[in-house]
Design a protein around this ligand. Structure first.
Ligand code: SAM
Length: 438
């Protein structure tokens, strides 16, 4: 099983290659020596990550070719907009009509959309988001694997179940050998092409050690590696990039500095934003976003969060509901409903219609058993699977009863692929970021 479709190189110019996927051409950034026209490759996030032998590629392509165009047809059908939808507020109708025709809504208009509650308007809002996703990005769905390497954390984020608030939590830290082995298994055995390595703010690993782990994974297996170790410092980011990391997952959590200060004692929003900006300049692909439903957070804050994600030039938008953990200061707060999350996903698609990967987060899947299906039909085009060894997963308790907490990777893959197929989506990652300031 494989979560990326091989492409055939059409041309190579410096570090840029033009790749053909069933007649569709995409550009990708290439760091592999000796690549030439006619070769087959895997690309992830716009990077060529592996050259593959022609017989292997042709065998995989022949399997996909049978279903690829069928899936596209299902996808187009599901993304059709029913313009007869009833009961739509005329102002919302105008904003959505313009969005469907390529004009991105302003921040005030996003707020107007987020403020609407009526079913008719929301149905159209989500359908337009799905229409834009289909029109601009076709049916590809990005699938990443996340490996939670340590739940030690020195921070005291008021919402987080692995923060220092949770004194009774038993802590684990995977050894470098365990991390490399889990990563290689995810790529070699299960076919993942993009991995996120995540931990709490764990001083138990030195950055050099993490860089060494990344280097070893890259030597042993082809994968696009995202890091998510928190604020490792700008030099730390540089070291991880030099070791081969190409993506950073770091949410700013909330763009409201007052709220940020309230829930992150001793930390500054600006420091986090500096990491994100500098990482982009270094060449990292950025995954960022925030929490939905923090106490005191307004819909205007959410509209600001979506704009900030775009301004940070995020490759992927990661917005999920805040879910209360009883061992934290926010343990008694009620989470938002499913609709609030869908609105944020759909609004993200409207303001970044052409390229954004929009993630259905595990927190959303924990909030609602329908999260993936509804999210993917409201503008989202990305999912993550948990590849942390099952014996550690429960301890990565950022909130209780996480979706997929006990499910083997095989089961997650089976259910994910089955859902994607039912929606006409192909688990591919064909989009491209032209690398700036490499
Ligand atoms: N240390 C890294 C960092 O600071 O980015 C990554 C680990 S942190 C636990 C990963 C993410 O978990 C955070 O960005 C936060 O949004 C999310 N998270 C933590 N507690 C949560 C909760 N109670 N509900 C939903 N998401 C939560």
């Amino acid at each position: 099983m494989c979560y990326a479709i091989p492409g055939r190189v059409k041309s190579v110019r410096d570090k840029t290659v033009l790749v053909d996927y069933f007649g569709e051409e995409k550009k990708a950034y290439n760091e592999i020596d000796g690549l030439s026209a006619g070769d087959y490759i895997y690309a992830q996030g716009g990077y060529v990550i592996e050259k593959i032998p022609a017989p292997e590629a042709e065998a995989i392509l022949s399997v996909w070719k049978e279903t690829f165009f069928e899936l596209q047809e299902v996808d187009v059908l599901l993304s059709r907009v029913d313009l007869e939808a009833k009961g739509i507020d005329p102002r919302v109708g105008r904003i959505l009509d313009r969005a469907a025709n390529g004009r991105k809504p302003s921040k005030d208009e996003v707020l107007e959309l987020l403020n609407h509650e009526d079913t008719g308007s929301l149905t159209l809002f989500f359908k337009i988001a799905n229409f834009l996703r289909q029109k601009n990005l076709k049916n590809s769905c990005c699938v990443h694997g996340i490996l939670e390497i340590s739940n030690y954390c020195s921070e005291s984020c008021a919402y987080c179940g692995i923060s220092s608030h949770h004194r009774g939590l038993s802590r684990y830290r995977m050894s470098p050998e365990e991390i490399v082995s889990a990563a290689c298994e995810a790529v070699g055995k299960y076919g993942f092409k993009a991995l996120v390595l995540q931990s709490g703010e764990d001083a138990g690993y030195r950055v050099e050690e993490l860089a060494g782990v990344i280097r070893t994974i890259k030597e042993k297996t082809p994968a696009l590696i995202f890091v998510s170790f928190g604020e490792v410092g700008i030099q730390g980011l540089e070291k991880l990039y030099q070791a081969g990391a190409r993506g950073l997952l770091m949410r700013f959590e909330t763009s409201n500095p007052e709220l940020y200060g309230r829930f992150h004692p001793g930390a500054k929003l600006e420091t986090r934003l500096e990491h994100l900006r500098k990482a982009y300049e270094m060449g990292y692909m950025i995954i960022t976003g925030g929490l939905i439903g923090l106490p005191g957070q307004t819909r205007k804050d959410l509209a600001d969060d979506i704009s900030l994600t775009r301004d940070l030039r995020a490759e992927m938008y990661s917005f999920g509901p805040f879910l209360p953990h009883p061992e934290t200061p926010l343990g008694e707060v009620l989470p938002v409903g499913e609709t609030e999350v869908l609105k944020v996903l759909a609004a993200s698609r409207l303001i970044d219609p052409l390229e954004a990967k929009i993630l259905v987060t595990t927190a959303f899947e924990t909030l609602s058993s329908e999260a993936r299906r509804k999210g993917l039909l409201a503008g989202a085009n990305s999912v993550m699977m948990n590849i942390t060894p099952v014996e550690y997963r429960r301890q990565y308790a950022i909130y209780p009863n996480r979706a997929w907490e006990n499910d083997l990777i095989e089961k997650q893959i089976e259910e994910t692929i089955s859902l994607l197929r039912s929606l006409g989506r192909a688990p591919t990652d064909l989009s491209v970021r032209e690398k700036s300031n490499p």
